[in-house]
Ligand binder design. Structure first.
Ligand SMILES: Nc1ncnc2c1ncn2[C@@H]1O[C@H](COP(=O)(O)OP(=O)(O)OP(=O)(O)O)[C@@H](O)[C@H]1O
Ligand SMILES: [Mg+2]
Length: 480
């Protein structure tokens, strides 16, 4: 339920609930005050409960008033009246003009009673001292024409008495019920609002301290539940990006360490040879020539390393432009092999070619793909430990891709290191390194990824390494 809905319902409940509770209390009180009767019947019941005897007495008095009113002047008769009264709370008064001929309660004064002419029942009829009485009055005339009234006063049936006890209780309970419902509903609503707010503030505190390793959850479908879920996904993303940042930072540090190491080795030897020349250690022309050759080869290596690094970082930040064209990839590879045929013959490498389609077309950047082929084939030659060396190249058409595999009969790579050879600076055995930087395959796989393909390596069952990569077929051009 949304918070808006909840607030509306709680506000409505704050009005409706006390009303219902008050109605309930009224029923309860009326039941208590009227022995199970509802309030409307209250007074009637009270009169009935005054007792048959008193009612009878009143009727008798009325009868006497109309037939034999002179009896009221008889003291003996009046005395017998007071004996007949069976209830303490019921009083009888007989008045002639302003004189009270009879009163069962001497405290009742003429001033307390309604004047002549108020015949009937009056619920809030008289007040005597602190007592309230309801009054039943019967008016009549004496023979001499003087005005007279008979009063039956009942304090227990007095409306005022009832109201005086009933209304304060009602008011008090109304007040209490309003406060209680208010407190109760405020607690319920605030709990549903405050708890998630507390959860959020706790979580933000943790995040501000750099702690992202927690989860905040909410099953609630309201706005705050939604906020909690969004907050948690934000925390997750922040955590991921920070981890990525740390990883980049580590990679950067590692790369700097690798670069400085790879540059330091040739620089140290260059310096050594230069000093050798300066100090005259190379005393013969041949030796000087040999020193200079070494210096040149070290400098060339450094130059290549720096070029490769520059290329790698350009590929890494996607700032290297690619010029794609649709090319017959079989013809392209054959041309390339033709170009390096001299080297292949020199190293006694046999290249076998296989393709399952006649003119496989692919979208490539020629220069970049030459770099890829060059690295794979020269790796095979560089790490070859057998003679004759054989390189198998196959081109296989697969759905919308062309797969090119280059396998050799060399030593292969330990299975657990197959994926790592594509990492920059990775060399399976740096000690036996043949002067490579370990950047070749990292660059090659970046280039293949930029072509929309992927690159992976596996060991050939007969021994040797197979490097595979895929290229997109021209049809895909429209899909991009
Ligand atoms: N055909 C292969 N046979 C055996 N090991 C290989 C082969 N190709 C690559 N490797 C291993 O993978 C490592 C990474 O190759 P990669 O081409 O990235 O670097 P490199 O050849 O050492 O340096 P660079 O290519 O920059 O001159 C190599 O050092 C080598 O250990
Ligand atoms: Mg290489």
């Amino acid at each position: 339920m949304s918070i808006r809905k909840r607030l509306i319902i709680s506000n409505a409940a704050m009005i409706v609930m006390p009303i219902l509770i008050i109605v309930f209390i009224i029923f309860l009180l009326s039941a208590v005050y009227s022995d199970g009767a509802v309030i409307g019947k209250h007074f009637k019941q009270q009169w009935q409960s005054m007792g048959e005897k008193n009612t009878e007495l009143f009727l008798n008095l009325q009868k006497t008033a109309s037939l034999d009113q002179e009896k009221f002047l008889n003291t003996d008769y009046l005395e017998s009246l007071s004996e007949q009264l069976n209830r303490e709370s019921v009083e009888i008064v007989i008045r002639k003009e302003n004189d009270l001929l009879f009163t069962s309660n001497p405290q009742i004064k003429n001033d307390d009673l309604p004047p002549f002419g108020n015949e009937g029942y009056n619920p809030a009829g008289a007040r005597v001292g602190e007592e309230h009485y309801s009054i039943r009055q019967h008016d009549f005339y004496f023979k001499d024409g003087s005005k007279a009234s008979i009063f039956l006063l009942d304090d227990s049936a007095s409306f005022v008495k009832f109201a005086r006890t009933f209304f304060p209780i009602l008011l008090m309970s109304l007040f209490l019920v309003y406060i209680l419902t208010n407190v109760f509903l405020s607690y319920i609503v605030s709990r549903s609002v405050l708890q998630p707010v507390r959860q959020l503030s706790h979580a933000s505190e943790k995040i501000s301290k750099g702690d992202f390793d927690f989860v905040i959850k909410s099953k609630s479908k309201d706005e705050l539940g939604q906020l909690i879920r969004t907050f948690d996904s934000m925390r997750g993303q922040l955590k991921e990006s920070l981890e990525l940042r740390d990883q980049y930072e580590n990679n950067r540090k590692e790369m700097i360490a690798n670069i400085s190491h790879d540059l330091k080795t040739p620089i140290t030897s260059i310096l050594g040879y230069v000093e050798g020349l300066q100090d005259g250690i190379a005393n013969s022309g041949d030796k000087r020539e040999q020193y200079l050759d070494t210096i040149r080869s070290k400098a060339t290596y450094m130059n290549r390393l720096i070029e490769e690094l520059a290329l790698y970082s350009k590929l890494d930040v996607n700032s290297l432009p690619f010029h794609f064209e649709t090319v017959d990839i079989q013809a392209f590879i054959k041309d390339y092999l033709e170009e390096i045929s001299e080297e292949l013959i020199e190293k006694d490498v046999k290249v076998l070619f296989h393709s399952n389609i006649s003119h496989p077309q692919a979208r490539i950047d020629r220069d970049k793909l030459i770099r890829v082929m060059e690295n794979i084939i020269f790796n095979s030659m560089k790490y070859m430990d057998k003679s004759p060396a054989t390189i198998n190249i196959s081109i296989i058409e697969e759905k919308n891709m062309i797969k090119i595999s280059v396998s050799d009969n060399g030593p292969g790579v330990p299975t657990e290191e197959l994926a790592a050879i594509f990492n920059r600076f990775y060399r399976t055995d740096p000690a036996r390194s043949t002067g490579g930087s370990g950047l070749g395959l990292a660059i090659a796989s970046q280039i293949i990824e930029a072509h929309g393909g992927k690159m992976w390596a596996e060991n050939v069952s007969t021994g040797g390494l197979r490097v595979n990569f895929t290229l997109k077929k021209p049809e895909d051009e429209n899909d991009e």
